[in-house]
Design a protein around this ligand. Structure first.
Ligand SMILES: NC(=O)c1ccc[n+]([C@@H]2O[C@H](COP(=O)([O-])OP(=O)(O)OC[C@H]3O[C@@H](n4cnc5c(N)ncnc54)[C@H](O)[C@@H]3O)[C@@H](O)[C@H]2O)c1
Length: 373
């Protein structure tokens, strides 16, 4: 990588914005170059990122690594639809990504593989001096967390964790309101991952491959690798969508820190119930005998050095509409996303919820104003 390219990419990285789109856009204003991107994993999430990148004139996709022929077929279609030339495909084995990372013509990679690959792939890419956009999930042990921290520090800031919820429009507006003191001193924050993941769906709503009844080797997309986590692990498996935003609001690592936590899991019934009631499942389906380890609702309470509490909930195996369950509460009032409402003492009617829409518009973040279109 030459000096120009380094400073070109650094300019964008220092902007620290949440999606790869503004990330690349600001780079384009500072240099007349094209960012050369490689993708590790082009499953359903990677395909979203790919389609977004292919819309840009200031980025070129030079390499793709995935090992699933169905996903690669969909990926090729997306590339064709955008009229882009086919990048080099690395699909020979689970380790093919290592070859891809040694390419001379790569500046950055976007990693959207299953969780177990995140740490090795991110560290591999950082050790090749590449910029890394890493999908959420990640480490499985404290040691792995530290490995990632050390690799990030020795790369001098080349790892960007793609925790998109930190950049959700309402979340950023609420963050602005927090910084402006509208909620007073923060006392308690909540968030989570509350998303019914029992079925596997394409973006068009179709349910292929047994709609989640089949998982592991016979499953498709997240049912292939994520549901097996629910078989073997019990805990808060996916904390960052809830934790990222509220940690920013609570100034974690900016004068505050999490000190301790306690967590509890409910019994696990949802996935079994889904399998036995599904038309492609039933009592005699082999997966009806699987005993799932993951409690249907896992609740974690975290204490912060400055006295705030954070409550996280992981809830992916029961029927429910999607909601990350945010609550931001201080001495001046609170916001909750599930009812799109807030209450601000002295501003809202006493003891009444107020529609948050007007406030969110007034406090819309400048990045959203600039890039929304
Ligand atoms: N930020 C978000 O809102 C969001 C949304 C969806 C998914 N995700 C995250 O994105 C990641 C991918 O999820 P997904 O839904 O796309 O899953 P997916 O199963 O659809 O895609 C994963 C892809 O990785 C490929 N893969 C597996 N092992 C590989 C290897 N060794 N080398 C190369 N490719 C490999 C698979 O073949 C598959 O195509 C996960 O970490 C998930 O948690 C984040």
């Amino acid at each position: 990588m030459n000096i120009d390219r380094r400073s070109f990419v650094k300019t964008a990285a220092s902007l620290g914005v949440g999606s790869v789109l503004p990330f690349a856009s600001d780079m384009a204003t500072t240099a007349k170059e094209v960012l050369r991107i490689g993708f590790l994993g082009t499953g359903l999430r990677g395909q979203d990122h790919l389609a977004a990148i292919l819309k840009r004139k200031d980025c070129r996709v030079v390499a793709i690594c995935d090992i699933d022929p169905v996903m690669l077929g969909r990926t090729r279609e997306i590339i064709k639809e955008h009229g882009a030339s086919l990048p080099t495909i690395y699909d020979q084995s689970e380790e093919a990504w290592k070859d891809m990372l040694t390419r001379e013509d790569l500046d950055a990679v976007i990693i959207s593989t299953p969780w177990e690959w995140h740490v090795p792939m991110a560290i591999g890419a950082l050790s090749e001096d590449l910029y890394v956009g890493l999908e959420v999930g990640g480490a499985f042990s404290l040691d792995e967390c530290w490995e990632l921290v050390r690799a990030e520090e020795s790369s001098r800031g080349k790892l960007f964790f793609l925790e998109n919820v930190c950049y959700r429009r309402d979340v950023m507006a609420i963050m602005n309101m927090v910084r402006d003191g509208l909620f007073g001193e923060l006392i308690h924050l909540q968030g989570g991952y509350q998303h019914d993941l029992r079925a596997v769906k394409f973006n068009d709503g179709q349910q292929p491959y047994g709609g989640g009844v089949e998982f592991g080797e016979k499953g498709f997309s997240e049912a292939r690798w994520r549901t097996p986590h629910s078989v073997h692990r019990n805990g808060e498996l996916y904390p960052t969508h809830g934790l990222g935003p509220v940690a920013m609001m609570a100034n974690i690592h900016r004068g505050n820190r999490m000190t301790h936590l306690t967590a509890m899991a409910s019994k696990a019934r949802g996935l079994h119930d889904y399998i036995v009631k599904h038309p492609q499942g039933g009592e005699s389906h082999p997966n009806a005998d699987v005993r799932f380890a993951l409690g249907d609702v896992v609740t974690t309470m975290i204490h912060c050095q400055n006295g705030e509490t954070i409550l996280l909930q992981h809830d992916t195996s029961l029927p429910r509409p999607y909601s990350l369950g945010f609550r931001v509460q201080g001495t001046g009032g609170l916001w909750m996303d599930v009812n799109h409402s807030l209450h601000l003492e002295g501003r809202s009617e006493p003891h009444r919820w107020e529609d948050a829409a007007g406030w969110l518009e007034r406090y819309d973040h400048p990045l959203w104003k600039k890039y929304a279109d």
